[in-house]
Design a protein. Structure first.
Length: 127
């Protein structure tokens, strides 16, 4: 059972060995990620030149709980948009927040602007 939800930025931090990656590594065994955010991670890794096999194998090795982006999450994400528009959150960001809200779990992110969020989700900025 997951104890934290990962934003795409947090998982990418781990793959790129950036500051904050050690915090993600400590939580990875207890983490879930939205399929929407997983797609963002796959796209970024592919853009960096990793092969499909490399991306799939690297992600499989983490054994993350991947949660489908469903109808309810779509509604929650959509209704989060007006109150977060000033921060420029992406659809993936809103999907992450809707998953965390639905599961009642905190979010790990590398996005510092999330400190300003007040959407009923605990946000833990990793750097």
């Amino acid at each position: 059972m997951a104890k934290v939800v990962l934003d795409a930025s947090a998982l990418l931090t781990l793959f790129q060995g950036e500051p904050g990656s050690e915090l993600v590594a400590q939580q990875i065994a207890d983490a879930a990620i939205s399929a929407l955010n997983l797609s963002e991670v796959v796209a970024k890794l592919a853009e960096k030149g990793l092969s499909e096999t490399g991306v799939r194998d690297s992600l499989a090795a983490l054994d993350l709980e991947v949660v489908d982006f469903d109808r309810e999450q779509a509604f929650v994400a959509g209704f989060l948009r007006p109150g977060t528009r000033n921060l420029g959150l992406s659809l993936g960001d809103l999907g992450c927040l809707s998953l965390a809200r639905g599961l009642g779990l905190p979010v790990l992110t590398a996005d510092r602007s999330w400190r300003e969020l007040n959407v009923g989700v605990e946000v833990r900025v990793i750097r």
